[in-house]
Design a protein around this ligand. Sequence first.
Ligand SMILES: [Zn+2]
Length: 366
Amino acid sequence: MTKSPVDTPINTRTTSRLGWLRPSWPTVHYPAAVVSEARDVTITRRHTLSLLAAAIAVGGAGVTSACSATAPSSAGTPGGSATSLKPSTAPLTTGPPASITPAGGPGTAPATSRAPAPGVPRSAPARADIVARYAGLAPREWGLEPTGIVQALGTTGVRDKAVALTFDLCGGPTPTSGGNGYDADLVELLRRHDARATFFVNARWARANPRLMDQLIADPRFEIGNHGTQHLPLSVSGRKGYTEQGTHNPGEVYDEVMGNTELLTQLTGHAPRWFRSGTAHYDEIAVKIVGDLGQRCIGFTVNGDAGTTFTAPQVVSAVRTAKAGDIVISHANRPPAQTAEGYAVALPALLARGLRCVTLSDYLTG
Ligand SMILES: [Zn+2]
């Protein structure tokens, strides 16, 4: 099966990288290169304080990497058991985010070597438990489709002609990094068509865009998924996704998942149910760890914008291939991209075919 790049390197995109990616593009899925600047970097004092606390909680150096994506799989686990269409039961937070405080208070160690912090599900294992549980295990799989990845919505989604549109907000190393941009045209298009969608938010994007984060959380059409803390490929052995360095061991996998879990839980009022790594690369052990932490790794069946490198016609061609039960991956963090322009054509076409845009929680069980 041909795989398009899913997540373009957001922080360190280079000509050479694009040059490497282009040859692998299939004819049907693809877009144009773009670089964006953050449109919204307004940071209120409230958010500044919260984000400072979050940064302390998250810890670690800024790592640049890319977004993620996944292609249809033959090895992956089928989509989660389907349930009847229903509104997300997860509470939405419309007020100011709760203060983000490191578990042990300001100045304490990162949330990586202690019991679950406030906002982290009590049922989540501690970091030390994960490290002990997976110590010494060698992964056998690596890539976009390891065992355990959710690839589609399942039979109920197919029956109901449901399509899950997912948009990654990958973030970047600084508030004005291209990866921290916001495609307002794309989001407004979704709202105009009352299209439900899931946004996979990286912690860096959330910290750079507090006001926009509030707006996405408050919109009942939208669901928030976990796109990692530093946007790292998820590996227990230091593998790379494209050229992006992944995590090196189970402890780092825990940090990548739970750093942003803590932040998103504080912001939304509940723990995220869905995880997508930077570059959407995983090994099967990392996928199991994510499951232990109460989240499911989400792949995709349609690569809608190839990390925002598709031209508008390519986006149209790719997205219009979506069929009932599919999960579509695209990006909403690079406004100069032609993703919105493509969706302006493709989205009405999907709806005209009787397809329904849903969130992951509408059709998957966590
Ligand atoms: Zn990403």
